[in-house]
Design a protein around this ligand. Sequence first.
Ligand code: SF4
Ligand code: SF4
Length: 300
Amino acid sequence: MERHKKSSVEGQELKNHIIEFCEGRGADLVGFAPVERWDDAGEVPPDFRPRTLWPSARTVIVIGLEMPLPIVETTPSVLHMELYRTANRKLDTLAYDLTRHLNRMGHASFFFGRDVYASLKALRDAPMAAFSHVMAAKYAGLGTIGVSRCLLTAEFGPRVRFVSVFTAAVVPPDPLVEKELCIKCELCCRCCPKKALTMRDDSIVGDCNKMACLEMAEDLTRRGCYPCGVCTKVCPIGKDRMLYKQKDIQKKYLEEAKALAANPDDPEYKSWTHIRKYGLTKEKPAPVSKTGEDGKKEEA
Ligand code: SF4
Ligand code: SF4
């Protein structure tokens, strides 16, 4: 292929090619959003929309990777932290590879990295991402935003992470998910260790006390086991739950904090607490560095 020469692959053929490229490299979800959706919806401030970030952008390709439930359930743990880091690294690599591939095909592209901030202090000063992958995933038809302000997908609920590739190519869009996936069960609010989430009567998307959520992230970062992600752990939405076949799991989530406060060795929670005990910083806290999206709660 002659580098940067406009390929004749366009439209649906290009879309199929991109899906095959991403799935062949391990993507679990791929969706396509025309940039006009940001303008039509008017939910995202103009400075944070794709065309402001890159005027040539015509389509945003959103790639998602599953966060396997049994690991998310151990949060806060080093195991969960490693999963989070691995997913982020893989997403950035996938987006980088797709960007270069599209550029070689003559479709100008660039990707917006997974976690783009220097430190938790930076988030404290300005608790907002320059670009929201959550909103991009919604506009790419991958799901709807729940009370927890996470993107809920039919496949994995909120246990999925996203990255976005902007391209100048016009690619047929995916339809938006019409039916809200959040059932307002309130589990995310009730289980949040900081009580940072609250339901709203006038919308599905809840309110988030970002500073309380950030405090949790800072605490976990000092202990070397960020991010929190309890709200993604407990959400009942997602077909992944059928795979793992858990009985009475919601009761177990709801009672966890109280049960472990009464007995840290409660046998009911042994499989999670065993993993939490090992690999953490105990003597000398690690310096506060980066945490994840769960800590910063992107703007909806
Ligand atoms: S836990 Fe319940 S209320 Fe919270 S986002 Fe999931 S479905 Fe919605
Ligand atoms: S990530 Fe934040 S909002 Fe979600 S449960 Fe943890 S502290 Fe609460």
